[in-house]
Ligand binder design. Sequence first.
Ligand SMILES: NC(=O)c1ccc[n+]([C@@H]2O[C@H](COP(=O)([O-])OP(=O)(O)OC[C@H]3O[C@@H](n4cnc5c(N)ncnc54)[C@H](OP(=O)(O)O)[C@@H]3O)[C@@H](O)[C@H]2O)c1
Length: 340
Amino acid sequence: MVSRVIPVDPFDLVIFGGTGDLARRKILPGLFRRFCSGQIEDDVRIIGAARSDMDTEGYRQFAQQAIEEFNEGRTCDHGEDQTSSRDAFLSKLHYVKLDALGEEGWPALKELARPGRIRAYYFSVAPRLFGPLAEKLQTTDMVDDQARIVVEKPFGRDLASAQELNKALAKHFAEEQIYRIDHYLGKETVQNLMAIRFGNMLFEPLWNSQYVDHIQITVAEEVGIGTRGDYYDRSGAMRDMMQNHLMQLLCLIAMEPPAKFHPDAVRDEKLKVIRALDPVRADDVVRGQYEGNGERPGYISPLFCAPACACAIGPAKSPWCSRTRPIRSLPKTPGGTPTF
Ligand SMILES: NC(=O)c1ccc[n+]([C@@H]2O[C@H](COP(=O)([O-])OP(=O)(O)OC[C@H]3O[C@@H](n4cnc5c(N)ncnc54)[C@H](OP(=O)(O)O)[C@@H]3O)[C@@H](O)[C@H]2O)c1
């Protein structure tokens, strides 16, 4: 499917945590691709903000390396040579040394992120900084009706912490100004699901309980645990993969067609699916751990502990299907994908 380029109004974007892993691997290379698609106008500022000692020139070099490393050789569409497009993009970048929990850097940020235009604040930082950042933006008078914030999943660790985060953000931003992002939904295959289901005359009439016996959703991860032991200890397969990515996939697969292709309408249809599910009981879930070998670090080791999960989710009242839908998150091991 060829993606449509939606024109956007001029904006200034602040990436809090602009020197972090997410900014380096996803946000900066992704923004460059948007620039290549003609979606970022000339008069746009992209401002990285973090505590690291860096200036704007250093940040542009950081971004250039990130683009080279993670842009998978994609070039700009306009027939221009890649270097000049990249330099044009880099010239939009700025850096502010700033502490989310202190006073340093905020006046400089206020000067760069211009009022009167859309100011978007990407919270690419640990969730414990979401509340303090939202508050600081408010007290430094950088929030108006046009401002919006973007927060990445994982959104808290459990229901109570997610509710706490919601409360902290809602103190300073209206619900329409808060964008909770799951970058998994940007994957092409996931984006294509809606087109396949609702726009394809071959599949559309068959995608229902009369013709589909049951559905299995499997995520077999390419990458091993690598250095992500801490991530698996704090979030991991069940709290992150299942709860975020796989539930979103389940919704896209099982939901009714939305009345219009509008974010709220899509969200409403997804919510209906979630409300129709039986609560997951402990004995619906199988959890496993993998031993490493010489090639890859293991999950059962003194440092790392990363359960893989399989769990059967059945809809209580879904009009769509009465069959159980197993969803699984299975890190690939050298010996192949295990079965439960
Ligand atoms: N990495 C991914 O692929 C990924 C995927 C999905 C979701 N996420 C989520 O996205 C968030 C960021 O992840 P990450 O992997 O980029 O983490 P990270 O590599 O640890 O980066 C954290 C960033 O926050 C900055 N920071 C920390 N304390 C700060 C403070 N007091 N004031 C200002 N800046 C501060 C750090 O820079 P300084 O140390 O220079 O201040 C750094 O730029 C996390 O919530 C994570 O769970 C990450």
